[in-house]
Structure formats: structure tokens, C-alpha cells
Design a protein around this ligand. Structure first.
Ligand SMILES: Cc1cc2nc3c(=O)[nH]c(=O)nc-3n(C[C@H](O)[C@H](O)[C@H](O)COP(=O)(O)OP(=O)(O)OC[C@H]3O[C@@H](n4cnc5c(N)ncnc54)[C@H](O)[C@@H]3O)c2cc1C
Length: 454
């Protein structure tokens, strides 16, 4: 466990803010339960102006400031050792404008609330994350990937406008046309240049019903070939794969593919699954309401909360791989003794992506158009720090192997990264990010939990 150290004194004289509390509570921890920190306190701004005033006061004193949305970071990325966590749950207003097919959401609003408000108008964001419990600001700061990303890119790629408070304490509106350097530095920018206050998102008409296919493969070869085909063509609006433990210590693979239901009966399933090499005896096909489908993780979350898994440490690792390397790499990962915990309590997700659809420049990705997102979402037993340490070390080892194949880290992972690693991670974008950081966070106080700078 990476535990916080250091002498902490509360600078009372700085705080004319009644919304400030010295009791860090949940803000000293996160969903990962691996990194703990001791912030000086938590500030819960009741308004955008209060947030701006707070950052303007604290920034020049060089005290770390980190926004907290849903708290779903897994390795301290949302914590503020020796500084202030800004808890954004009060900035949660969500307004839909059906006439312009847009929705403006406060950064502290959850994706669940975004979906509820948009669906009330028959609309939806074109890309949604699997889990809707996180905050708008938190997801946009990492980019946001979903089942339709192979066609529509990141959640962040559908942001029309942002309102942010920069590290200099300025309230600024930015978009592709207005202050594009700031806009590009904030989306998938890991909270380095500004705190997102609100985001205006593009919406598209939502289907009422969807038809979901679960297609099982017994070999990684056919699975990856089919995922590749589905990422290239437009047959399915949502495609996401999983590796699942099978008997005898082996793994099976499953593609979840979804289309809006046209209500034409009988459905032409053979047309949709034509040319695919899955096991036709085990395929599962069902109709769901669109809302039931996008909220599919609610039930999983309820179950995991009941079993206690949701509250355990989560040493998760997510990597973006060149697609041609994934078919060879993934089976060796699953056979690796260091990853054996995945069989007992974990989910292995394999999401096909196409680089040409990913627009936010700070979302780093491997070369080539076809990519595979590998997420190892495992749970460690509670009260076993040795086990967590081993899992984090295994993550680091896997990351290094993936890098040799051209793989790139997804920054929501649980593994230690040096400043040098980050510089290499951002590659040619590092200079742009550094320039934006110097301009918009001149005191270098924002979101230090990633460790991008010394
Ligand atoms: C069960 C589960 C499922 C997930 N599924 C997906 C998925 O399908 N797709 C996907 O892309 N990700 C997924 N994630 C990852 C998750 O969406 C990201 O970690 C996201 O950043 C979490 O946001 P948060 O607000 O909940 O977390 P927080 O820990 O509060 O914030 C995450 C990071 O964003 C920063 N931040 C928060 N608010 C702001 C703001 N307003 N302005 C600037 N920076 C801010 C924080 O400082 C921190 O660095 C999943 C995570 C979990 C736990």
C-alpha cells in the first residue's frame, strides 16, 4: 500500500469558506482502496463562483487541488495529498435542450442522471460508459470509452462546449472554436489544466428497443477475427468482448453485440451474424429496452455490493493494444500465474476500437487503425496488502511487456508511473500538454495524483 506521509497543518487563516471541512472522509480514499492520502481538507463548492474563488485563493499558495466526482479512481488519481479535494457533487444540474439536441451537465452530475434526462426527450449521448455511476467531469477528464466507441470514438469527442476553472482561478468557456488549446488540454487531459465545471454534450435519437447478441468462441483466433470484422463494419452499434474462465483452466471468449431493434419481425439474425465464426449452439439473443441495456451494470453493481466485492481493493489495469498484437498477447496474459486471481474474481474486457474515430489528442493510442482495449478488472481480498502489492507489481510488468508491442496505458489503471513514463506515454503530445499546463495551471497545483510532474 502506498500510504501518505508528511506533516500536515491546517491553514485556518486561508479559509473564509463555510463549505470547507478538515475531515477528509471518503476523499482520503477511492474505489481502488490501494492509495490513501491525507488532504488538508475537503471543499464542496455550492456554486461555480465559489469554486473559482477557492482555486484563485489556493493556487498561488502552491497547495494541491484535486477535483472529486464519483470517486471511481483506482490509484489515487483523484486524491490531494497535502492539499484540497474539491468535492463537486453540488454542481450536478442537468438540462436538456431537445431543439438543439444538446444537454448541459454540471461536472458533478452522474452519467446515470445524464441518461435519465436525455431519455426523457427520446435522446441519448452517442457513446456511454458501461458504468453510469461516475461523474461527468471525471469521465471526460479520462476520455470515456464505451461499447459504441469503435464507431463514435470517445464520450469526450461529443462535447460541444466546456466551462472550466483553470488552475490560475479563471472561469473560462472553451470549445473547438473558442480557446481550442484549452478545450484540447482538458478533454482526456487528466485534470492537469482545469477543473471542469460543466459540459455541453451532443445527443442523438435514442432507440426504444435493442437486440443483444452474445456470441461465444472457444478460441482466441476466431474471437479476435470476428471482433476485427465487427469493428470494421457497421453491423452493430455496440461491440464489446470478454474472456471468461472455462473448465480445465482454459478461457472462452464472448462478443456482446447490439443493434437498435427495427421492430421488423421476424428479425434477420442470420444477416447480422453471417460470416462470424462463433459457436452457434450457444449463442444468446434477446430484446431489451434501450434504457435497460444502458443501465445493464446497475444490477451487477447491486450484486457486487451485496457480496462485498464492490468494497474490496481493485488493482485494475487497462491497456490499449495494437489489434494485431492482441491475439497473441491476451492468451499469454490469461495464462500468466501472476494473473491467476482473474479466474476467481475479475472481469477481462476486450473492447475493439478504431483509432480514426478517437479525436481528443491527449488520449494516447498505439499506431494503426484497429486497436483493442484490454481491461483486467480484478478484486483483491480485503486485509491482504501483500496480495495488492503483488497485483500492482504484476500490472507494472504487464505494462512494460505491452509497451514493447506498441501498447499504451489507459491512465485509469493501478500502477506506479514515473514522470519519465508519462513523458514517454504522451510522446509528441507532451510538449503541447506542458505548454498548456504552464499557461493554465501556472502554480502546478491541479490533480497531482497522477504524478505527471515532480
Ligand atoms: C465499475 C467501473 C466501470 C467503469 N467503466 C468505464 C467505462 O466503461 N468506460 C470508461 O471510459 N471508464 C470506465 N471506468 C473508469 C471511470 O469512468 C474513470 O475512472 C473516471 O475517471 C471516473 O470518474 P469519477 O468521477 O467517478 O472518479 P473520480 O475519482 O472522482 O475522478 C477521476 C479523475 O478525474 C478527475 N476529475 C474528477 N472530476 C473532475 C472535473 N470536474 N474536472 C477535472 N478533473 C476531474 C479526478 O481528479 C480524478 O483524477 C469505470 C470505472 C469503474 C469503477
Amino acid at each position: 500500500m502506498k500510504k501518505a506521509t508528511g506533516v500536515i497543518t491546517r491553514p485556518d487563516s486561508l479559509f473564509p469558506f463555510p463549505e470547507f471541512t478538515a475531515d477528509a472522509g471518503p476523499a482520503a480514499d477511492d474505489f481502488g482502496h490501494i492509495v490513501g492520502s491525507r488532504p488538508l481538507g475537503v471543499f464542496a463548492p455550492p456554486s461555480v463562483a465559489a469554486l473559482r474563488d477557492f482555486v484563485a485563493l489556493v493556487g498561488p499558495r502552491g497547495l494541491p487541488v484535486t477535483a472529486r466526482g464519483g470517486g471511481y479512481s483506482v490509484y489515487g488519481q483523484g486524491q490531494a495529498e497535502g492539499g484540497f479535494v474539491v468535492e463537486l457533487s453540488a454542481l450536478d444540474e442537468v438540462r436538456c435542450a431537445p431543439a438543439t439536441r444538446t444537454l448541459t451537465a454540471g461536472a458533478g452530475a452522474s452519467w446515470s442522471e445524464v441518461v435519465r434526462t436525455a431519455l426523457a426527450e427520446g435522446l441519448t449521448p452517442p457513446v456511454l460508459p458501461d458504468h453510469l455511476g461516475g461523474s461527468v467531469g471525471g469521465l471526460l477528464s479520462t476520455g470515456g470509452l464505451g461499447g459504441s466507441s469503435h464507431r463514435h470514438g470517445l464520450v469526450a469527442d461529443h462535447v460541444r462546449e466546456l466551462e472550466v476553472v483553470t488552475g490560475a482561478g479563471d472561469l473560462v468557456t472553451c470549445s473547438r472554436e473558442r480557446r481550442p488549446d484549452l478545450f484540447d488540454a482538458v478533454l482526456a487531459g487528466l485534470g492537469q489544466c482545469a477543473v471542469i465545471v460543466s459540459a455541453t454534450l451532443e445527443l442523438v435519437p435514442a432507440p426504444t428497443l435493442v437486440r443483444r447478441f452474445r456470441l461465444y468462441h472457444h478460441s482466441p483466433g476466431t474471437f479476435f477475427a470476428d471482433q476485427r470484422a465487427l469493428a470494421r463494419d457497421d453491423r452493430f452499434s455496440h461491440v464489446c468482448g470478454q474472456a471468461r474462465p472455462a473448465l480445465g483452466g482454459t478461457w472462452d471468449y464472448m462478443i456482446e453485440a447490439v443493434v437498435p431493434h427495427t421492430r421488423q419481425l421476424p428479425c434477420d439474425d442470420t444477416l447480422l451474424t453471417g460470416g462470424l465464426a462463433h459457436d452457434r449452439n450457444t449463442e444468446e439473443i434477446e430484446n431489451l429496452s434501450y434504457e435497460e441495456f444502458v443501465r445493464r451494470m446497475d444490477r451487477d453493481e447491486r450484486i457486487l455490493r451485496t457480496t462485498g466485492e464492490w468494497q474490496r481493493p481493485h488493482p485494475w489495469l487497462t491497456l490499449l493494444l495494437p489489434e494485431e498484437a492482441a491475439a497473441g498477447f491476451v492468451p499469454t496474459v490469461l495464462a500468466d500465474h501472476a494473473q491467476s486471481g482473474l479466474r476467481a474474481c475479475g472481469v477481462v474486457q476486450l473492447r475493439p476500437l478504431t483509432s480514426r474515430t478517437l479525436r481528443a489528442p491527449l488520449l494516447r493510442r498505439p499506431p494503426g487503425d484497429l486497436l483493442c482495449l484490454l481491461s483486467l478488472m480484478r478484486t483483491a481480498p480485503p486485509g491482504a496488502p501483500e496480495n495488492v502489492r503483488e497485483a500492482v507489481a504484476a500490472n507494472r510488468a504487464l505494462y512494460e511487456r505491452a509497451r514493447e508491442l506498441g501498447g499504451v496505458l489507459h491512465p485509469t489503471s493501478a500502477l506506479p508511473m514515473t514522470c519519465g513514463d508519462w513523458r514517454a506515454h504522451f510522446g509528441p503530445a507532451w510538449e503541447t500538454l506542458t505548454r498548456a499546463k504552464n499557461r493554465y495551471d501556472p502554480h502546478s497545483v491541479l490533480t497531482r495524483g497522477y504524478g505527471l510532474w515532480p
